[in-house]
Design a protein around this ligand. Structure first.
Ligand code: G1P
Length: 295
């Protein structure tokens, strides 16, 4: 069996949910505290043992390439000022070899992955989506990779979501549950509200066999008129079983405003330097709000 060494991170989306912030800046560069969201994703891939990373970018995404590049002048200044902690942090983001490819038109997630087909060639590979940051003892992707290595089957990371949110995700209709693992009848992209067969949602972590490109090649449009990765996975599942794995860990949704704000607060509360002042600040804000609401 071939080992998983390559990963694709699609980052070509327009980021319309965060306009105007994303007019000139890629949404993947929006920071949670002091680190761009895409760096959390890249670090998860590296900690899982990924050796080769490809980021699929689009128009206006140069800042991502610059971020993961060397910054000699900045590094020199930090060294000169003996700010060694910051220097290590800055160097961390440029220590990885990342390849870039451009998706010329935003035709959907399936199309973005298809753009990486020549880089992947005939190896199984990982996909990590930037809208989900997962904090876990064992990196989420690593959990899926372990499963792949045991079974040689494609596997998709899922977690439970509240019923009223199922229409925002790819959802599984499962046949059988074996611990954290699910045998899947059907993968359905964004089912209509109230029609989802379960509340287990695809959470932006995938291990896929290269045969997925046979299905993505068909370029069929699905939900929202876009070429959907979920639809290609379902087609592959009809021929060669694709499993779902309910991974361990906390997933933070940074792809929409409320999730982004709550993630920033939670990460700040987990940060030793910030924790006490953030609690104090939040208390003051809430007290003021309460006085305002009662007046
Ligand atoms: C994508 C996938 C969807 C998945 C979601 C997770 O949707 O198509 O299956 O559940 O990411 O974040 P998007 O959020 O890009 O519309």
């Amino acid at each position: 069996m071939k080992k998983i060494k390559k990963a694709v991170i699609p980052a070509a989306g327009l980021g319309t949910r965060f306009l105007p912030a994303t007019k000139a800046m890629p949404k993947e560069m929006l920071p949670i505290i002091d680190k761009p969201t895409i760096q959390y994703i890249v670090e998860e891939a590296i900690e899982s043992g990924i050796e080769d990373l490809i980021i699929v970018t689009g128009k206006g995404k140069r800042a991502i390439e610059d971020h993961f590049d060397n910054a000699f002048e900045l590094e020199y200044r930090l060294m000169d000022a003996e700010k060694l902690d910051l220097l290590t942090e800055v160097q961390r983001s440029s220590s990885i070899d990342i390849h870039y490819i451009r998706q010329k038109e935003p035709k959907g997630l399936g199309h973005a992955i298809w753009c990486a087909r020549r880089f992947i060639d005939d190896e199984p590979f990982a996909v990590l989506l930037g809208d989900d940051i997962v904090v876990a003892e064992e990196p989420c992707l690593k959990q899926l990779m372990t499963h792949y290595e045991e079974t040689n089957a494609s596997v998709i990371g899922v977690q439970k979501v509240p019923e009223h949110q199922t229409h925002r995700y790819g959802i599984i209709d499962y046949a059988e549950q074996m611990g954290r693992l699910y045998e899947v009848n059907r993968f359905i992209e964004k089912p209509k509200q109230g029609s989802a067969p379960s509340n287990l949602a695809i959470m932006g972590r995938y291990i896929l066999k290269p045969e997925i490109f046979d299905y993505l090649d068909m370029q069929e449009k699905g939900a929202g008129g876009e070429i959907q990765l979920t639809d290609a996975i379902q087609k592959m599942n009809e021929i060669d079983s694709v499993y779902a794995y309910n991974f361990e860990g906390t997933r933070y949704d940074v792809g929409e405003k409320l999730g982004f704000i709550l993630t920033s607060i939670q990460f700040a509360l987990h940060n030793e330097e910030l924790r006490d002042s953030v609690i104090q600040g939040l208390k003051e804000i809430l007290d003021e709000e309460t006085i305002y609401m009662l007046s």
